[in-house]
Design a protein around this ligand. Structure first.
Ligand SMILES: [Fe+2]
Ligand SMILES: [Fe+2]
Length: 396
């Protein structure tokens, strides 16, 4: 039984009760049945207890400034989803709203080369409202991940220390699964700190991608039916935290599609990777008539916000750090080249190399090299060093 059933009503404010309910509703996994989505069960539980309406009103007022005029086009069920998300995990809700704001600004402003993406959306009869809805709810699927996993606060250092303690029974077998049976740790990995550095520098892995979740949660959480909760995501306690988290985009797609937002669902479902190599919502932009994938814009805004935000496991990073990761994602094929080029080139206009110090200068120079290389490989791509104003002057 969920423990909120036994709560004495006078102890908590209605808002606190709503939050407690949102975080305690468990899965009763009928795998594959959309009506078993936890987000819907939480919404219904709040409605039954007369708490939904006031919480939706609170969320409308909380995000009023960020949503601006688009708030009018955000339907009732979308407000309910955002409300449930905020009650489930405030950080994720703010991240969704911030991702929407970043994407909207990029789409509506005039880019350095004079392109306005919103105009291109209109020219292709793409409904901007659907795109914005997808941005705002791209991570709503995180509600389907067990709460204890989503809010797990283990740091990279602590996780590396746990793996260091479990070298023979966990760390080595898992790394051998990824890297082959002959893999062994170098002799220099003689402390948790050295292990963390080795994972970062040599394997490009966070320790949370290796350690099974059962080692990262306290015994109570593991005892409280963790396996059953994880089964809802098709995972087990032996899966890593990052593997479990990676299921969220599929859940976002399921939730949005179930509510009738099919396009939004497909965009949200592809914000980390193109599913099955399909590029489903594309528009052709600019005088070059290059086609771009709308899910890539959600991805770029999502990653930029995640890097610029402080998280429990990391400090806030700089815009240069964010652009460096975006360029890496373009090189890895996680986003397509042209949209990444437009985005990074536009951001570079507001960064002054003279004002940078230390490692930021090297990162800036690697971005310059990324942009120059991309441009040299593609005929006709606009020069990121020349702004619209300069282009106009040259033409006059
Ligand atoms: Fe995501
Ligand atoms: Fe996200």
């Amino acid at each position: 039984m969920n423990h909120w059933e036994n709560i004495v009503p006078s102890r908590e404010t209605p808002g606190e009760r709503a939050r407690m309910i949102a975080q305690d509703v468990e899965h009763t996994s009928e795998k594959g049945d959309p009506s078993e989505l936890r987000v819907l069960k939480i919404r219904n539980a709040l409605k039954e207890r007369g708490l939904l309406e006031q919480e939706v009103a609170r969320i409308k007022s909380l995000f009023k400034a960020e949503l601006g005029p688009f708030a009018r086009h955000f339907g009732d069920d979308c407000w309910e989803m955002l409300t449930v998300l905020e009650l489930f995990d405030e950080e994720t809700a703010w991240h969704c709203v911030d991702t929407y704001e970043i994407a909207r600004n990029k789409v509506e402003k005039t880019l350095w080369n004079g392109l306005v993406l919103a105009d291109e959306f209109h020219a292709e009869s793409v409904d901007l409202g659907r795109f914005y809805r997808a941005c705002l709810l791209h991570d709503v699927g995180k509600i389907e991940v067990p709460h204890a996993v989503l809010v797990n606060r283990v740091t990279d250092e602590r996780c590396a220390a746990i793996l260091f303690q479990h070298q023979d029974d966990v760390l080595l077998p898992r790394l051998r699964e990824k890297l082959g049976d002959n893999f062994s740790l170098p002799k220099s990995v003689d402390s948790p700190g050295a292990l963390l550095q080795f994972l970062y520098d040599d394997l490009h892995l966070r320790p949370q991608a290796v350690a099974p979740i059962k080692l990262l949660l306290d015994e109570q959480s593991v005892d409280d039916g963790l396996s059953e909760q994880l089964a809802h995501c098709g995972c087990t306690p032996d899966d890593s935290l990052l593997d479990i988290m990676r299921t969220h985009d599929t859940h976002s797609e399921k939730i949005l599609s179930h509510l009738g937002y099919t396009v939004e669902g497909k965009l949200a479902g592809s914000h980390h990777q193109h599913k099955n190599g399909e590029h489903r919502y594309r528009i052709t932009i600019g005088s070059l008539q290059v086609s771009i994938d709308l899910a890539d814009i959600v991805h770029l805004a999502d990653v930029e916000n995640a890097i610029l935000s402080r998280r429990h496991y990391k400090d806030k990073q700089t815009p240069i750090d964010a652009l460096r990761v975006l360029s890496l994602h373009a090189r890895q094929g996680l986003v397509e080249g042209y949209v990444a080029y437009l985005w990074i080139a536009d951001e570079m206009q507001s960064i002054n190399r003279q004002a940078l110090t230390g490692s930021e200068i090297a990162a800036y120079d690697s971005l310059v090299s990324f942009l120059d290389t991309e441009r040299s490989h593609h005929l006709g791509w606009p020069d990121w060093r020349t702004t619209t104003m300069e282009m106009r002057k040259a033409a006059a």
